[in-house]
Design a protein around this ligand. Structure first.
Ligand code: ADP
Ligand code: MG
Length: 257
């Protein structure tokens, strides 16, 4: 980690409401290059909202979001209202690639096409350039032999690995995972956990929302426990899981494990 580089993502005192409902009540989070951060907490605590705000799928009411030191959120301004904002939003979204619980593969495209689509249409890469890379990413996640299959022909674990290959093909600065293993049967879950562990080992910057405390323990540099839109407790996994301080975290951990 180079301390002279600004963090890949920095969120400062973020507040986000849906109408009257305040979902994030001043959340701050910093991910330096190579950091793996897990976000844990009960359903409805604001984990997905925080990821969606980071990747600008949601606007927020106040606070700051910085991408590599560049401010990307302005109080009270919808991002697209300012000149140049659309391009900035696109650049940031392509650099913070999301992987969702439900994979969201395009059903009418082959696995290979799924991986090549955004690099070609969003980044303007040629098929000649992207196809060998797309195949290499499919190999990396262990489904190189499924390139010509349709999504429906794959198991859930294979589909999620295809979705990870698709996110990697954007060559993002960071990967944001929202419950990547929640829709999977336990044995398929482990295929995906293995891929996420390999990505962590190669130094990728990742923020992972997960209910899988074992994975969070094994892959994270830092774990953040959200409770009702606030960070209740955070720290290195050994401390957070080994010696939880707050009653809420203790209660949460005893309910989930
Ligand atoms: P988590 O991912 O931790 O389960 P979410 O971030 O999805 O939590 O949701 C936090 C809260 O925000 C919940 O009360 C949820 O019902 C509410 N919420 C999420 N998305 C929306 C939305 N688009 N409109 C209104 N309320 C929402
Ligand atoms: Mg969620």
């Amino acid at each position: 980690m180079n301390s002279h580089q600004p963090p890949v993502i920095e969120i400062r005192d973020l507040h986000k409401s849906y109408g009257e409902l305040e979902v994030l009540k001043g959340v701050s989070l910093t991910a330096h290059r190579g950091d793996v951060i897990s976000l844990i907490g009960s359903s409805g605590s604001g984990k997905s909202t925080l990821l969606r705000c980071a990747n600008l799928l949601e606007d927020s009411q106040s606070g700051e979001i910085l991408f590599k030191g560049e401010a990307v959120h302005w109080k009270g301004h919808a991002l697209h209202r300012r000149p140049g904002d659309a391009r900035q939003v696109l650049r940031i979204r392509t650099n913070l690639s999301m992987v969702f619980q439900q994979f969201n593969l395009w059903a009418h495209m082959s696995i290979l096409q799924n991986v090549m689509e955004a690099p070609m249409t969003v980044l303007g890469k040629s098929r000649e350039e992207i196809e060998p890379k797309a195949r290499a990413y499919l190999d990396k996640v262990g489904i190189g032999d499924k390139a010509d299959a349709w999504p429906a022909q794959l198991s859930g674990g294979q589909q999620q690995r295809a979705a990870i290959a698709r996110a990697l093909a954007m060559e993002p600065e960071a990967l944001l995972f929202d419950e990547p293993t929640s829709a999977l049967d336990p044995e398929l879950e482990q295929e995906v956990v293995k891929v996420i562990k390999a990505l962590a080992a190669e130094g990728r910057t990742m923020i992972i929302v997960t209910h899988d405390m074992r994975m969070a323990h094994d892959v994270s540099d830092h774990v953040v426990f959200l409770h009702q839109g606030r960070i209740e407790e955070q720290g290195p996994p050994e401390e957070l899981f080994g010696n939880p301080q707050s009653d809420r975290l203790r209660g949460f951990l005893s309910a989930t494990t």
